[in-house]
Write a protein that binds this ligand. Structure first.
Ligand code: GAR
Length: 215
């Protein structure tokens, strides 16, 4: 990857993970260039966070397009103006078409609020509480065509506390996300972690399991 790695952050909402990237770049903790913040939702508060940080923003509403493929094509055209080396999905609540994933093959990261492969999909915190799990957390992974199924890079886990609510658990998991996502992305940006042959490689060695941190 070129240095600094030109990075596009895709959001749909609040953008607290985006803020963690902005802070990490400003504090010199990670060597990424935040080239553009893209949203499918014009109301996303993350767009204001980006503007505050003088990062270019772009917004295209999916509801203006007849299908996923035409929307994704428009997003590609917009993002490619910035020639991104890396795409960070940070609460981007759209399923990506195969054409989009293959256009940026190996360059898209996502964060999912669960210890994948456990709990792909939505409502992860409540599902963890309902199951009575001891551990919960979040996973940074490369994006492939399989939803929440691409090779995992880094997981942050925490012990579920007795009697905590789904909202309390969600807040604690988000705090973990803010630590692990910029770090994992910087590994990819520096080339220390790479996507090859559909798998994740760390320092040139196949990573069978993600790196696991306990908080
Ligand atoms: C994050 O917790 C992220 O894990 C989740 O959306 C939240 C966005 O928060 N993503 C998914 O559920 C994707 N399947 P943010 O807008 O404050 O960063």
């Amino acid at each position: 990857m070129p240095s600094p790695c030109k990075t596009a952050v895709l959001i749909s909402g609040s953008g607290t993970n985006l803020q963690a990237f902005i802070d990490a770049v400003e504090d010199g903790e990670i060597d990424l260039e935040l080239a553009v913040v893209f949203s499918n939702n014009p109301e996303a508060f993350g767009l204001e966070r980006a503007a505050q940080a003088d990062i270019p923003t772009a917004c295209i509403q999916h509801s203006d397009f007849p299908d996923r493929e035409s929307f994704d094509h428009a997003v590609i055209t917009e993002l490619d103006r910035y020639q991104p080396d890396l795409l960070i999905l940070a609460g981007f609540m759209r399923i990506l078409s195969p054409a989009f994933v293959s256009h940026y093959a190996g360059k898209i990261l996502n964060i999912h609020p669960a210890l994948l492969p456990l709990y792909p999909g939505l409502n992860t915190h409540q599902r963890v509480l309902d199951a009575g799990d001891e551990w919960h957390g979040s996973t940074v992974h490369f994006v492939t065509e399989e939803l929440d199924g691409g090779p995992r890079i880094l997981q942050g886990r925490l012990a579920v506390a007795a009697g905590e609510s789904a909202d309390e658990l969600a807040a604690r998991v988000q705090a973990v996300e803010h630590r692990i996502y910029p770090e994992a992305a910087s590994w990819v940006g520096s080339g220390q972690v790479a996507f090859k042959d559909g798998q994740s490689w760390v320092d040139g060695k196949l990573a069978e399991e993600p790196i696991l941190k306990t908080y």
